[in-house]
Design a protein around this ligand. Structure first.
Ligand SMILES: Nc1ncnc2c1ncn2[C@@H]1O[C@H](COP(=O)(O)OP(=O)(O)OP(=O)(O)O)[C@@H](O)[C@H]1O
Ligand SMILES: [Mg+2]
Length: 366
C-alpha cells in the first residue's frame, strides 16, 4: 500500500448545478512529492483541493489517498490537512494555543501536546514566539503559525491553497524558499495551489496545468516550460512567440508556412496534423539568436534562419528585449542577456538574421 501513490484522482467530476468546476480530472501524486495545481482564476484548483480534503464530494469519480478509497469520508477522517489563503487564527489565543487547538480536540495528552507544539513551532522558526498573540506577529509569521497548526497533526498529505497569496512580493519569495525547505525536511506530500507560474516553476517537483476544469498537462517544471503540449500551456507559462501558418509538409520534422515564401521546419508538440491545416509555431524568445544579416548560425546542429528588421528595442537591465518584424504583420520577440563579454547590440531599423535550433520550434494545434 505505502509504496503506491500518496493521492490518486480517477476521472473526478464536480458540478455545482449548471457549472462544471472540475471536468474528468485524473492525477497520480507520489509520496513526498511537492505537486502544484497551476492555472488561472476559476479553473477549478480550489475545488480540486476541497474534493481531496473532503469538504466537497465528487459528482462522479474516485479519490484514493494512501491506497484507500475516500468515498464519502468527512474531512476529519482523511489523513490530510489544509492551509488556506485566509488562515483565520484565533485572535484571543496565543500562538501555542492556536497550534495546540486541534490536538486538544483530539484529546491528546498534555505532555504530548506541549512537545508536539514545540516541535511544530521550531519547524517554522517560531520557537520563541509561542506566547504571543497573532496580532503581535507579521503577516509572514502568522502564515507560519497556520502552517504549524496543520503540521502538528502530522498529516500524510498537506493541502495548501494559495497560502502565500496575502503576502507582499518580497516576503512571498522568502516564504517560498522556506516552504520548500520545510517540505524536504518533513517529507510530507504537499499539494500546492497557485495561479503564479513562477511560484509553481520554482517550488514544485511536478506541476499540473489546469484550465476550465481540465488538466492540460502534468510534468516536471522543465518539461512544462520547454515542451508545452498546447497553446494554452505555452501561453500561460512564460512568454512565447506564436507564428500562425499552415502545415506545409508533415513527417517527423514538419514544415509550417507562415507566409508564401517563409517556410519553417519545426517539431510537433502533440499529434501530427494533415498538410493544409492551420497551425501555430511556438518559439521562446530566449531560444532565438539575433545576428547581423551576414552572420552564420552556430555549426553544431540544425538551425532555422529567418531575416527580419528590428522594430523595437527595450533595455531591461539583465536582458534586452527586441521586437523583430519577419514578414508584413508578423513580429517575434527575442530576448538577449546583456553579458559582460558583449552580445552585439542592435537598433531600430537594423536588418538582422534570426536563428534558432529546429528542435526549439514547436507546432501546436490552433
Ligand atoms: N460552491 C460553489 N457553487 C457554485 N459554483 C462554484 C462553487 N465553488 C466553485 N464554483 C465555480 O467553479 C469554478 C471553479 O472554482 P474554483 O474556486 O475551484 O477556482 P480556482 O481555480 O480556485 O480559482 P481562483 O484562482 O480564483 O481561486 C468557478 O467557475 C466557480 O465559480
Ligand atoms: Mg481558488
Amino acid at each position: 500500500m505505502s509504496d503506491g501513490l500518496a493521492v490518486e484522482l480517477r476521472q473526478v467530476v464536480k458540478r455545482f448545478g449548471e457549472v462544471t468546476a472540475v471536468e474528468s480530472v485524473s492525477l497520480q501524486i507520489q509520496h513526498g512529492e511537492f505537486f502544484s495545481l497551476l492555472g488561472p482564476s476559476g479553473c477549478g484548483k480550489t475545488t480540486t483541493l476541497r474534493l481531496i480534503a473532503g469538504f466537497e464530494m465528487p459528482t462522479s469519480g474516485d479519490i484514493i489517498i494512501n491506497g484507500e478509497m475516500q468515498g464519502h469520508l468527512p474531512p476529519y477522517q482523511r489523513p490530510v490537512n489544509t492551509v488556506f489563503q485566509h488562515y483565520a487564527l484565533f485572535p484571543h489565543m496565543t500562538v501555542a494555543q492556536n497550534v495546540a487547538f486541534g490536538l486538544e480536540m483530539k484529546k491528546v495528552s498534555k505532555d504530548e501536546i506541549t512537545r508536539r507544539v514545540g516541535e511544530a513551532l521550531e519547524l517554522v522558526h517560531l520557537g520563541k514566539m509561542g506566547s504571543r498573540r497573532p496580532k503581535q506577529l507579521s503577516g509572514g509569521q502568522q502564515q507560519r503559525v497556520a502552517l504549524a497548526r496543520a503540521l502538528v497533526n502530522r498529516p500524510k498529505v498537506l493541502l495548501l491553497d494559495e497560502p502565500l497569496g496575502a503576502l507582499d512580493l518580497k516576503l512571498r519569495k522568502a516564504m517560498q524558499g522556506e516552504l520548500k525547505a520545510l517540505q524536504e525536511q518533513v517529507g510530507i506530500t504537499f499539494i500546492y495551489v497557485t495561479h503564479d507560474q513562477e511560484e509553481a516553476l520554482t517550488m514544485s517537483d511536478r506541476i499540473a496545468v489546469m484550465s476550465a476544469g481540465h488538466v492540460f498537462q502534468v510534468g516536471f517544471p522543465e518539461d512544462i516550460y520547454e515542451n508545452p503540449n498546447t497553446r494554452f500551456v505555452a501561453d500561460f507559462i512564460g512568454e512565447t512567440n506564436f507564428l500562425h501558418g499552415t502545415v506545409h509538409r508533415r513527417g517527423p520534422l514538419a514544415e509550417i508556412a507562415i507566409a508564401e515564401n517563409v517556410i519553417l521546419p519545426a517539431r510537433w508538440a502533440s499529434d501530427e496534423l494533415p498538410a493544409g491545416s492551420s497551425a501555430t509555431l511556438s518559439i521562446r524568445p530566449e531560444k532565438i539568436l539575433i545576428a547581423s544579416g551576414d552572420e552564420k548560425p552556430p555549426s553544431d546542429g540544425e538551425f532555422v534562419s529567418v531575416p527580419g528588421q528590428v522594430a523595437e528595442v527595450v533595455y531591461l537591465g539583465t536582458d534586452t528585449r527586441y521586437v523583430v518584424r519577419i514578414v508584413d504583420g508578423v513580429q517575434t520577440v527575442v530576448r538577449v542577456q546583456n553579458l559582460e563579454m558583449g552580445n552585439k547590440r542592435f537598433k531600430v531599423g537594423d536588418a538582422v538574421m534570426l536563428h534558432w535550433r529546429v528542435e526549439h520550434g514547436r507546432i501546436l494545434k490552433e
